[in-house]
Ligand binder design. Structure first.
Ligand code: FES
Ligand code: FES
Length: 175
């Protein structure tokens, strides 16, 4: 058993310590945003933040997340609310600017890869608030375990959504 903070809440994980974090998140905690794509750290569909860094939950054992903070797509609004010191009432109706940008730009096609894409975008923008196009492309291709893959080819829309999110964040999250 391991204790992990998931989206701001401490959770006891019953699965064995070598269980992939992805399985614990989906099957035990019923968080459906991280997807099983390749299972080999080759696509990014399963990405979550672990202490703010994007990791591939399909190859990360639960034991590696013990005592650390996991953020999934479901936890992005609360992450943003905490960073901006929003009140509980404000937080309830707030999406993360990355999510707002993805909606505004109508980025997803089938949507399968997009949770991982938004997690990657969040990691990038927390470190580099105003990334160049080259920095955005590098974040999604060479900065992690592998490139983030989208079989629908939404790459151009993703670059635009990251730029939109960057502008939103610079304005405090409001359009
Ligand atoms: S499912 Fe984890 S990287 Fe593809
Ligand atoms: S939107 Fe379909 S896989 Fe990316």
């Amino acid at each position: 058993m391991a204790t992990i903070t998931v989206n701001g809440n401490k959770r006891e994980i019953q699965s064995s310590p070598d269980t992939p974090l992805l399985y614990a998140l989906r099957n035990e905690l019923e968080l459906s945003s991280p997807q099983f794509g390749c299972g080999l750290a080759q696509c990014g569909a399963c990405s979550v933040l672990l202490d703010g860094k994007e990791i591939r939950s399909c190859i990360t054992p639960v034991s590696s997340a013990a005592g650390k903070e996991v953020t999934t797509l479901e936890g992005l609004p609360a992450r943003w609310a905490k960073q901006k010191n929003l009140s509980a009432a404000q937080a309830e109706k707030t999406l993360h600017p990355v999510q707002e940008a993805w909606i505004e730009e109508q980025t997803p096609l089938c949507g399968f890869c997009q949770s991982g894409m938004m997690i990657k975008a969040t990691e990038l923008l927390e470190k580099t608030p105003d990334p160049s196009v080259a920095e955005i492309k590098a974040a999604f291709t060479t900065s992690g375990a592998s490139a983030h893959l989208c079989r629908c080819g939404s790459y151009f829309a993703i670059v635009e959504a990251v730029q939109f999110a960057s502008r939103l964040m610079a304005k405090g999250g409001t359009k």
